[in-house]
Ligand binder design. Sequence first.
Ligand code: ADP
Length: 446
Amino acid sequence: MHNVDWKIECRNLGLILLLAGLVGWAVGLLPWLLFFSSLAYIGWTLFQLQRIQSWLSQKADTYPPESKGLWGDVLDGIYRLQRQGQEERLRLQAAVDYLQDSFASLDDGAVMIDKRGNIEWSNVAAEKLLGLRYPDDQSQQLVNLIRSPEFIRYFEGDEYSNSLLIDSPHNSHYQLQISISYFGRGSRLLFARDVTENNRLQQMRKDFVANVSHELRTPLTVINGYLETLSENIGNQGNVQSIDITPNELRWRRAVDQMLNQSRRMEGLIKDLIALSKLESIPEDSKDMPLEVEPMLQAIREEVLTAFKGKREINLECDSSLRLVGNSDELRSAFANLVMNAAKYSYGDGVITIRWYGDTRHCYLEVEDNGEGIDDIHLPRLTERFYRVDKSRSIETGGTGLGLAIVKHILLRHQAELKIRSTLGEGSTFTCEFPSMRALAQPHTA
Ligand code: ADP
């Protein structure tokens, strides 16, 4: 179609020049007639260009001037492209409006921030939660409007993998969870979620568990005391056969023993629940200090050997020049839990190795055993409260299902991680990986 128009235009120009040439030749003014006809053609072309220019300077949706031939085609083409561009723009605008509408209707505060940290847009909830008004605060630096030091540190830290919990800078009754992500070319999208109710419920749950545990502890201590006395009085020490007791007494003794076992288990459970509650309520770093790890591990080793009447072999491999900065009671409880588990879930000839060492990035407390091991499918859930691979086995060994949850909690408070490697039937290795900032070299003694 376009080629045809070009050909027609060329043919028309050829015909004009031929006609002018023939007439010029006939009247003896060939150059003049050729010159004037070319001039007329250029003039007409300029006229068409001028029409295009004045049309283009009008509003975008005005129709092009009526024109035929090649020029009509050019005008139609430009008009078509203009309409396409316009439709594309409208579609994009509709998409942007749709997105902004959906963000605007969110209960969470949403704020778009450009790469210089200026506010581009914010929704209605951002006004309620963060005190940001749109469009009044547009182009303002976000950190000039939210001045909480914690927030500024988080916003400027550029490390947004974890969210931030703060009180609302606008209304301190609200507790907010702030999360930020990058999009486009260095722009950021901030979400502020109201977690006040969530936190209140969590606190209620923690208080409830802590209160119930405390309330149960006293009656249970009394019950335990009486059961122990009863058990001793019926003569349950040593070899049953060698003591002269009636069948009735024997029945009672069995019943009392079972009751004592169960109430001791319950006591252990309550002790662990109270320990967990304490860990949740006491602020981190409250009692941090440099600790000698080797003597601590030696004491744990003795305790476990005594508890298992020497039926396990426990080896210690310690870098005694390395100290650990942390809370002594908490770390002792975590390490003891791991060594105790290694002994509990091993067999009679179990060999346990405890290692304490460091490298440039971390220091490690490792407990390795050659016990029953754990199937891979259980590993991700092992530190959940009350998660047990084999419930009856755990109850039989006096487990509460809270040991590893306590270990994980204590490690979190020391910015450390628990890593577990295990092969079913071959054994397990539990490694506490502390950041190197928690390691201290032993001072030289003279
Ligand atoms: P429990 O009080 O039951 O021992 P824990 O939280 O200490 O609870 O451990 C959870 C579960 O992980 C245990 O029930 C046990 O199945 C498994 N486990 C822990 N340590 C070991 C280990 N060293 N070897 C094999 N299994 C283990």
